[in-house]
Ligand binder design. Structure first.
Ligand code: ADP
Length: 632
């Protein structure tokens, strides 16, 4: 019998076997050998029963094992299902993880591409987990450096306690974010201001704090600049207000004297001597007012960058003498001796602007006289021939200037201290103007001073070419006389023989000018405005007896001086027309000349120079007739 595990096949083969075994016995039975056949059949049957029992057992075992197998396979299927699900799950989370990783790396890239500094640090240990490129670049640390560092390491303004105190509400979830400003310290030790925004988050399963940090250095710089310019604007505003207050004081003081003394003159009982003193006071104060206005005009030109200088041949010694004569009286009044000296030799002439040089020297020496009492004021002039530079040192032994005051005094409207104004007067404009003049003349102004001991202001200026130039090493009065026509004129007695048409609308000016002209011998005709002036001029011209000179005010009602002059020129009038105006600004000269005027005089007139200048224009034989009319 072939061994076979299939119980049915085995049963079948067993039956086959019994059949085969019993068949010969049955044959024996049929043959009559009953006993042995029965014995054999019993043995065969017993055998068959044993086999059958075995078979039963086997098939039972098989059935049992099959049932087990069925149970097992169900379990296996469950397990398989579970495994499959787990696999699916893990696949899903792996996918998620992959996506997360992808996201993270793209976030990382985004974070890195941000100009903001982004820090992720452990909420508990404060150690950095991630720091973006922007932050690394600014701090100068590598990511490996930073991963070893705590957030505190770059925040020098915090201690562990103070930082913990700040971020604890965030850690505990009491607030969703915190914002503060502090400074970050770079690897090289330098610091920069930052604005920090921290929020709580989770990163790599850790509770983290994400700080977005903005470097606010630029903003701070702009804020500082803004604050600076605001402060400057406020300071400028303040100094302008102070200036106005000073101006007001400066104008009111001489005005009070002028008004007061002119009222006094009306008093019948005033003596001749008191009358003279009153007139002198009025005149002096009027002069001061004029200086003030000129200073303001100069300053406005300086501020507008329009202060211009001319260059012509000038005698420095002549200028020095002018300055001495201008300030001599003031110096004497204060008990000062005003001395002029030369250091070595100086050129007889230099190329510069005489008016501006004199103005600068008068400013410096005027201050020296003003801030010195019973002392000595020296003006020492010298020349550096090699560098073609002249210097004028104005030395006094007066009140001096402190170093702090020195920082201010060259600024417009600034005085060393505001009590100076009360005590000494002044506008605080002189040095600002002088400094600008010096620059325009190719030099500079500097000062050395000691409070209580005195000051030395040094003015330098370019001389122009000096090769072979005649020099002088001693001052002599005749040298001065050549360049001081104004002083000479004071002694002169110029007269005017001729007819002058005065076109002027202001009654006071009409009276004054007519008085001065008539006093000099002129015959004066008056016109109230441009229209009357034109009529009078044309009528006299057509009658064959034209005026020798027309003095034309420029600002007038009905027809102004520009229109009247232009009209006359248009009619072919070729006589002398001299503009007379209070508008002492530079552009005014050109405007008058463009209208057709021959020359230009400013109001108020200077009685010393007015008549010679008018005479010169009339072509009268005067020893000063060649002197050009002083144009502003
Ligand atoms: P001002 O004299 O009209 O006030 P300046 O610009 O000429 O204006 O001078 C500015 C300030 O500098 C003066 O108010 C004064 O405080 C100071 N200062 C100038 N020169 C002298 C000097 N020689 N001695 C002392 N202080 C001086």
């Amino acid at each position: 019998m072939v061994a076979n595990d299939d119980p049915f096949l085995r049963l079948e083969s067993l039956i086959d076997h019994i059949e085969c075994s019993i068949a010969p016995q049955l044959k024996n039975v049929l043959n009559g050998d009953l006993k042995s056949a029965a014995i054999r059949m019993r043995a065969e049957l017993k055998n068959a029963r044993i086999r059958l029992r075995d078979l039963e057992q086997r098939s039972r075992r098989l059935a049992e094992s099959q049932a087990d197998a069925i149970v097992n396979s169900a379990e296996i299927i469950d397990e398989l299902e579970e495994t499959k699900n787990r696999l699916k799950e893990s696949f899903r989370s792996e996918e998620q993880a992959r996506l997360a990783a992808e996201r993270l790396s793209s976030y990382g890239r985004i974070l890195d591409s941000s100009d903001n500094e982004i820090y992720i640090f452990d909420a508990r240990t404060m150690l950095f987990l991630h720091v973006n490129h922007g932050a690394r670049a600014n701090l100068g640390y590598t990511i490996d450096d930073l991963r070893q560092m705590s957030a505190l390491a770059i925040k020098p303004e915090f201690t562990e306690e103070s930082f913990a105190k700040l971020i604890n509400p965030l850690r505990k979830g009491v607030v969703s974010g915190i914002r503060f400003t502090t400074t970050h310290r770079r690897k090289n030790g330098s610091r920069y201001p930052v604005e920090v925004n921290i929020q709580k988050s989770v990163f790599e399963q850790k509770s983290v704090l994400v700080a977005v940090v903005l470097d606010i250095s630029e903003r701070r710089k702009m804020e500082d600049e803004l604050r600076g310019s605001q402060e400057k604007a406020i300071a400028a505003d303040r100094s302008k207000s102070e200036f106005l207050a000073n101006m007001s004081h400066e104008i009111r003081t001489p005005m009070t004297a002028i008004l007061g003394f002119s009222e006094a003159l009306l008093d019948q009982g005033i003596s001749a001597e008191e009358k003279l003193q009153a007139i002198q006071t009025i005149h002096r104060n009027g002069q001061h007012l004029l200086e003030l206005i000129n200073d303001i005009l100069d300053l406005s030109k300086v501020e507008a960058g329009k202060l211009e200088v001319e260059r012509r041949s000038v005698s420095p010694s002549g200028i020095l003498q002018d300055v001495k004569q201008l300030l001599g009286e003031r110096a004497r009044e204060r008990g000062n001796s005003l001395q002029i000296e030369l250091q070595g030799s100086i050129p007889q002439t230099i190329q510069t602007d005489p008016t501006r040089l004199k103005q600068a020297l008068v400013n410096l020496a005027g201050n020296a006289v003003k801030f010195t009492t019973n002392g000595v004021v020296q003006i020492v002039a010298g020349c550096d021939f090699e560098n073609q530079q002249m210097f004028f040192r104005v030395i006094d032994n007066g009140i001096g200037i402190s170093p702090e005051q020195m920082e201010r005094i060259f600024k417009p409207f600034s005085q060393a201290d505001s009590s100076t104004t009360r005590e000494h007067g002044g506008t605080g404009l002189g040095l600002a103007i002088t400094e600008r003049i010096a620059e325009l003349l190719g030099g500079a102004v500097s000062v050395a001073s000691e409070p209580g001991k005195g000051s030395t202001f040094t003015l330098t200026l370019a001389t122009g070419p000096l090769k072979g130039a005649p020099t002088i090493s001693r001052l002599n009065t005749s040298a001065f006389a050549e360049t001081s026509p104004r002083e000479l004129r004071r002694g002169g007695s110029d007269t005017i023989e001729g007819r002058v048409l005065l076109v002027e609308d202001g009654p006071d000016n009409q009276r004054l000018l007519a008085f001065v002209l008539k006093k000099a011998g002129a015959e004066v005709c008056l016109a109230e405005n441009g229209k009357e002036g034109v009529e009078a001029a044309l009528s006299a011209w057509k009658k064959g007896s034209p005026f020798d000179l027309i003095l034309m005010d420029m600002q007038m009602p009905v027809m102004d001086g520009y229109a009247a002059t232009a009209f006359l020129r248009n009619e072919g009038y070729s006589g002398q027309i001299v503009a007379l105006t209070a508008h002492a600004m530079e552009g005014e000269i050109n405007k008058c000349l463009a209208a057709g005027c021959d020359a230009y005089l400013t109001k108020p007139i200077d009685a010393q120079t007015f008549i010679p200048e008018v005479a010169a224009r009339m072509g009268l034989p005067s020893k000063y007739a060649a002197t050009p009319i002083l144009c502003f």
